[in-house]
Design a protein around this ligand. Structure first.
Ligand SMILES: [Mg+2]
Length: 104
């Protein structure tokens, strides 16, 4: 399944279940994504089964994709993903991790 298809399925879930569905709800959705990241981290730290960790990470993806369909509805996320991957692949080795190897 591709990101655009996932977005449509998440939109259907949101409408079916009566979840927040307005542009002004975007900050809440992004906050919920952060909360789910915390749940994933907590599950990993507690040594919970991989299934639980994966479920929490999928919750993150749900909220991110849900926010994206409201925040940038004209963007095709499959295209954005491919372009961003290409961009990152074109960067230098360990870009953004310049702190590595430095004495602290
Ligand atoms: Mg969760």
């Amino acid at each position: 399944m591709h990101l655009e298809e996932m977005k449509k399925q998440i939109e259907n879930l949101v409408i079916t279940k009566g979840f927040y569905n307005k542009p002004e709800d975007i900050p809440k959705k992004l906050l919920f994504a952060f909360i789910e990241l915390g749940e994933a981290s907590d599950a990993w730290k507690k040594g919970l089964p991989q299934e639980k960790i994966a479920e929490e990470l999928i919750d993150v993806i749900f909220y991110v994709l849900d926010a994206s369909r409201l925040a940038c509805p004209d963007m095709n996320l499959d295209v954005v993903f491919r372009n961003k991957l290409e961009k990152n692949l074109g960067r230098t080795f360990q870009y953004g991790e310049g702190h590595r190897g430095k004495q602290v």
